[in-house]
Design a protein around this ligand. Structure first.
Ligand code: A2P
Length: 287
């Protein structure tokens, strides 16, 4: 499948199509979210990614409404926050997310972080399994078109698969130059799970976009370092979710389909040292 624009589809393991680039809203100020989301949809994005913990689901919903695009043309993702894990709590939290968004279904719902053994000991796997059981129920009820995970490393996914009756369709992890997760990406893709990249530009404070090697490659293609970073993600079959509140950058981040990084350039970028970003180990987080 040749990808020609941000809405060229990738096909999930349940047959649902997902636009290959999504518009991210992590760190978008709740007060600025509606305007930003409307502008992103007007710029051409159809895939919008939010989460309960971003505190901007209402703004995303308002932005969608104001854009006036038919709901069926949009692909909307949100995520279950860590304090809402468990079978009953997940169902309650999902309904609240729908209400805040003003929608009657989601295209994709993700468990935001795995419960880890550091916090939950031997209970961690059980908590994840029970949370997933609720996700499966919501999926079977037709309230979510696809269900998945975020920040699950392959070993968390394998554990979940021991009890799951529906295989996750997506896993959204932090991926950007300097934080590549190359082996994990291959392993997840081999399981027929679409990998999404959060923070594909490194996020605030990272030096991905000012790195001299990135600048050199960008100059060679007459592109920006942001575009090179997104293209590097996409050429690994990974779906990037760039965030920007600026219309010119929203458009720039869509314009990544008229150039190709060579295998050498891909390898050079993949070999860059850590350039910042959140770079958290899901087994070590305390939230
Ligand atoms: P802003 O929203 O002010 O444009 P990520 O998607 O990796 O989380 O990175 C988002 C960060 O990168 C935000 O700080 C965003 O700022 C900035 N950003 C997004 N697109 C671009 C771009 N094309 N060029 C430079 N910075 C960008």
């Amino acid at each position: 499948m040749t990808l020609t624009n941000v809405n060229s589809p990738l096909t999930l393991n349940n047959g649902v199509e997902i636009p290959c680039v999504g518009y991210g809203t992590y760190k978008t100020d709740p007060a600025a979210t509606a305007t930003a989301v409307t502008a992103a949809i007007q710029a051409g994005y159809r895939h919008i990614d939010t989460a309960m913990v971003y505190r901007n689901e209402e703004g995303v919903g308002q932005g969608i409404k104001a854009a006036g695009v038919d709901r069926t043309e949009l692909f909307i993702t949100s995520k279950l926050w860590n304090t809402d894990r468990g079978y009953e709590a997940t169902k309650v939290a999902f309904q609240k997310t729908l209400d805040r968004l003003g929608l009657d279904y989601l295209d994709l719902y993700l468990i935001h972080w795995p419960a880890n053994e550091k916090q939950f000991g031997a209970e961690a796997a059980k908590i994840n399994a029970e949370t997933w059981r609720a996700m499966e129920e919501l999926y079977h009820a037709g309230k979510i078109r696809a269900i998945g995970l975020s920040n699950f490393m392959p070993h968390h996914v394998k554990k979940l698969l021991e009890t799951a009756t529906v295989k996750p369709m997506v896993d959204q992890i932090e991926v950007h130059p300097g934080w590549t997760h190359a082996d994990e990406i291959k392993e997840l893709q081999a399981m027929d799970i679409v990998v999404e990249a959060w923070g594909p530009l490194g996020g605030q404070g990272a030096t991905v976009l000012t790195n001299p090697t990135m600048q050199e490659i960008a100059t060679a293609h007459n592109k920006s370092t942001a575009q090179v970073s997104l293209r590097w993600v996409l050429q690994q079959g990974v779906l990037p979710l760039p965030k920007s509140v600026h219309v010119d950058r929203m458009k720039q981040n869509m314009d990544i389909f008229d150039f190709e990084l060579s295998p050498t350039e891909m390898a050079t970028i993949s070999a860059l040292p850590n350039l910042g970003g959140q770079c958290k180990d899901p087994d070590d987080v305390d939230f």
